[in-house]
Structures are given as structure tokens and as C-alpha cells.
Design a binder for this molecule. Structure first.
Ligand code: CUA
Length: 142
């Protein structure tokens, strides 16, 4: 039972602090058919909220992310706020611990600090249809 509980907690993204750099993963609800008139998804994109601290509001869809590119400075702390407008998609940044699902009706929030400069790809790792393999976005850390 203890083992199963641990696996379930891990699957839910509620892993112990020592095994994850995720800060404060939050979940909320949103109507996927009303994103265009529901803040913050009515204005997807990057917003500076502090000293090298940003909010990135992103909408996953078949087959891409809106917006498809964000540019941030080296060392930026980014609060991702992500949902899907259609089906379940993935949101994984290889080389980091950022890996969660973008689900219709759900808002997932996760904070990540980009300590290394470079170009990072966000990939969809949930099969979502014929364009799944092409689904990605770019994060440029300068
Ligand atoms: Cu979106 Cu696979």
C-alpha cells in the first residue's frame, strides 16, 4: 500500500521536495471553450512580474503552443500557466525537470528558473493525433 501511494503521489506530480525542483505546482479549472474571453488565457504570452521574474501564459493545441516562442534573460524565473484548448497534451522541456500535462479544463502552474543560456524546446509527450510529432515551442534564454 505504501509503495502504491508513493507511485500515485509521483504520478500526480506531488513528489517530495528533495526529488524535484518543481516549486508550487498548482491546478485550477477553466472552460476550454471560453479561453479567448477568460483571463489570463485571453492574452497568452510572456509578462514580466518582477526582477527577472515572468509569467508565461501558454495554450497547448493540436498541434502547437500559443505563443510558439518566448525569449527570456539568463537566470529568469518563469511561472508557467498552461492549459489546453482541445485534447490532452504534454509539456516537457528536455534537460530540465519541467514535465507535466496540459489538459483541457485544467490550469497547471509550475515555476522554473532558467540558469543556463541556450535554446530550449518544449515538446509534447502525450500522443495527441497526426501532428503530435511536430508539436513543439521554443524558449530562448539569452
Ligand atoms: Cu500534443 Cu502530442
Amino acid at each position: 500500500f505504501l509503495l502504491l501511494t508513493g507511485v500515485a503521489a509521483f504520478a500526480m506530480g506531488i513528489s517530495p521536495p528533495s526529488s524535484s525542483s518543481h516549486e508550487n505546482m498548482h491546478h485550477g479549472k477553466v472552460d476550454p471553450t471560453k479561453l479567448q474571453t477568460t483571463a489570463p488565457f485571453d492574452k497568452p504570452g510572456l509578462k514580466q512580474i518582477g526582477d527577472n521574474e515572468y509569467e508565461a501564459v501558454l495554450i497547448a493545441y493540436a498541434f502547437g503552443y500559443n505563443p510558439d516562442t518566448i525569449d527570456i534573460p539568463h537566470g529568469a524565473k518563469v511561472h508557467f500557466i498552461v492549459t489546453s484548448s482541445d485534447v490532452v497534451h504534454g509539456f516537457e522541456i528536455p534537460g530540465t525537470n519541467v514535465n507535466f500535462m496540459a489538459e483541457p479544463g485544467e490550469v497547471t502552474e509550475l515555476t522554473h528558473t532558467f540558469d543556463k543560456a541556450g535554446q530550449f524546446l518544449v515538446l509534447c509527450n502525450e500522443y495527441c493525433g497526426t501532428g503530435h510529432e511536430m508539436m513543439k515551442m521554443t524558449i530562448n534564454v539569452k
